[in-house]
Every structure is written in structure tokens, then in C-alpha cells.
Ligand binder design. Structure first.
Ligand code: GCU
Length: 342
């Protein structure tokens, strides 16, 4: 399946590069094709939201645009899709905020462990344009712009056979993390051994025992089958990392004012539908993981995890002082929506 996907991705990338070179991103009735890639299954809230976007754009501008949504890494890994979006080989893709920090260090902020005091503070911060605006625009020079954010819940550790109750339990374990410097630093502060790799490679790595565990929201257990192998999921709540819908800057700047307004409404729709679907999707995943996959959910004291990661906040502010006002603005939402434990 993986080899098939890679061959398909390569074939698609070749066809798309050829299309770009010959200037023909058009379908048979000469509508412009808009390609959107993501790495989730077709059941996932993100896919459902992008299909709503497809329907919206085609209902308003269907004589001109044909929107095509490619799920399940069909266009490549997230890293590859970001690069395809940069060059304009595809128009949009969904990328985890984690990966974007390698394109603009401003994104580092949302990757900090325990940045948000609660899910409410996270949502309020991400809905606050004074917070997201400067960050979302900071990759324009790199060829893309963030057009909206998507919920990706809370990231927690899960392992094949070691219940994680305290950071000490992570010692000696190889844990898959997303490919970003912040995630590697977090893992080393927590005492585990960080193994960065793309999302699509995690299942096989777990199954073949190359890694002992990973960290993600609950949907990874069911949608991606990780709960077939990992039997302990531990709510240490280390990160709330948003997914970001990014668009090629040349494509976005080439839209007329009227078109851009319709696309903006579409981006808001993606955000709305995805978040409406999210809560139920997490509840269903938890139920299925517990009852069909035999996953045990653990609720450790999060304080020791939080304390181990605390130096990262100061480090980041020292390294990127331009992010301090945005960090402070997040604290206002944290005060308004404190953690249930405080
Ligand atoms: C979540 C997130 C994805 C990301 C994945 C990962 O599923 O929504 O965007 O790719 O985690 O851990 O890589």
C-alpha cells in the first residue's frame, strides 16, 4: 500500500509539474483545476470540511474552477505537499503547524508544549487575528500563506506496552515525533528518545517495533490504526498544535477581488465545518479505541510533564523576541479560560 501510494504520488507530481510547465492546470471543459492535498482519511473532519469547501467554490464559481481534494497523502507526505504548494504545483494543502516552523520560525510559537491553558484558550487564541495574522502572513516570501486553521485536538503519548504515568516512564523509549526542532527538544526534556518521521510511516514503525510509541490526538488510534498496536493512551496533554490550510501565494494573489471574497468565505467554512465535526469525531474515536481496539486511557498528573517542558517558553522568547507580544496576547486568553486543574 505504501509503495503504491509513493508511486501514485510520484506519478501525480510528475503530471502536475508537466501541467505547470506547459501552463495547463485545466480540465477538459477548460475550467482551472484547484488541487488540495491532505494526509487524513476520508472520514476525518478535515476531509469533510474540504469537501464542503469544494462544494462552496463550485456552487459560486463552478464555471471557472474545478476543485479536487486529495486525501491520505495521495500527493505525498505533508512536507512534500508544502513544497508542492510553495512551487504552485498544487494550490492548497493542510499542514501541521509543527512542520511550518521550518519555513518560518514564527510558527514555533504554536508548537510550544503547554502554551494554551485549556482548549477554550486555544480556540480563542487561534480565532484572534491579532495573534494569528502576523504568523500566518510570515511565509508569503516562502511562496505560501496560511488561510485558516483547523483543530487537531490535544497531543498525548501512546505506547505499545508501557503505561506513561510520569515523564520517568518515557526514559529509554523511542517515541515518534513530528519533524520539527521544537518537538525534538520537547522529547529530550521529557526524557524519551525522539524519532522524527512523517505521519504516514508511523503505523509500520510501530508494528515493526522500530519505535515504542508516538504522540497525537485520539483520531490517530482509529483513523490511522495506531490503536491496533498501542494499548496505552496517556492524557499528559503536552500540546495543542493546530493544522493550517495553506495556499500558494501566486494563485491567491491572482484571484480577482470578488473571487478572493468568495474564497475567504470558503476558508471560514472549512474552519467552521471542521470544528463542528471535531468533538463528535474525538468521542467516537475514543469509544472505538476503548471498546474495539482494547486501548486503555490513562489520566496522569500533568504537572511533572509541564514542569519538564517549562524552560522551552523562556528559551523561545529569548531566541525570537519578536514573538513576545503575541505570546503575551495568548496569556490574556489563558487567564480568561484557565485550565480546569488550576
Ligand atoms: C495530526 C495532525 C496532522 C499531522 C499528524 C502528525 O493528525 O492533524 O496534520 O500530520 O498529527 O502527527 O504528523
Amino acid at each position: 500500500m505504501k509503495v503504491f501510494k509513493k508511486v501514485l504520488a510520484l506519478a501525480l507530481a510528475t503530471v502536475m509539474s508537466a501541467a505547470i510547465l506547459t501552463g495547463c492546470g485545466q480540465d477538459s471543459d477548460s475550467r482551472t483545476i484547484i488541487r488540495i492535498g491532505h494526509n487524513q482519511s476520508t472520514n476525518h473532519p478535515t476531509h469533510i470540511a474540504l469537501v464542503a469547501f469544494e462544494e462552496w467554490i463550485e456552487s459560486k464559481l463552478g464555471d471557472k474552477y474545478d476543485v479536487e481534494v486529495f486525501p491520505s497523502e495521495l500527493l505525498g507526505s505533508q512536507n512534500e505537499m508544502v513544497q508542492l504548494t510553495q512551487t504552485g504545483a498544487i494550490n492548497f494543502c493542510v499542514a501541521s503547524n509543527s512542520l511550518l516552523e521550518t519555513f518560518s520560525t514564527n510558527y514555533t510559537l504554536f508548537n510550544l508544549p503547554y502554551l494554551f491553558a485549556s482548549a477554550e484558550a486555544y480556540h480563542a487564541s487561534m480565532d484572534d487575528e491579532a495573534i494569528t495574522g502576523p504568523i500566518f502572513e510570515s511565509t508569503k516570501d516562502a511562496g505560501f500563506e496560511a488561510v485558516t486553521w483547523l483543530d487537531a485536538g490535544t497531543r498525548n503519548f501512546y505506547t505499545v506496552s508501557t503505561p506513561i504515568e510520569t515523564p520517568a516512564d518515557l526514559k529509554g523509549l523511542k517515541i515518534r515525533v513530528q519533524q520539527s526542532p521544537t518537538n525534538v527538544q520537547m522529547m529530550s526534556l521529557l526524557g524519551g528518545s525522539a524519532t522524527p518521521m512523517g505521519f504516514g510511516d508511523v503505523y509500520t514503525a510501530l508494528q515493526s517495533k522500530i519505535i515504542d510509541g508516538a504522540e497525537n490526538n485520539e483520531l490517530a488510534l482509529t483513523d490511522n490504526g495506531h490503536g491496533d498496536v498501542c494499548k496505552y493512551y496517556s492524557y499528559d496533554m503536552h500540546q495543542m498544535i493546530p493544522d493550517i490550510l495553506i495556499g500558494n501565494i501566486v494563485f491567491l494573489d491572482g484571484l480577482s477581488e470578488e473571487e478572493r471574497a468568495i474564497f475567504e468565505e470558503g476558508f471560514q467554512l472549512v474552519n467552521k465545518v471542521q470544528r463542528e465535526e471535531w468533538t463528535d469525531a474525538v468521542a467516537a474515536a475514543k469509544d472505538r479505541a476503548a471498546n474495539e481496539q482494547g486501548v486503555q486511557f490513562l489520566y496522569p498528573d500533568t504537572k511533572p510533564f509541564q514542569e519538564a517542558c517549562a524552560p522551552m517558553h523562556e528559551d523561545m522568547l529569548e531566541q525570537y523576541p519578536n514573538l513576545a507580544p503575541i505570546y503575551d496576547a495568548i496569556q490574556v486568553h489563558n487567564e480568561q479560560y484557565p485550565s480546569a486543574e488550576s
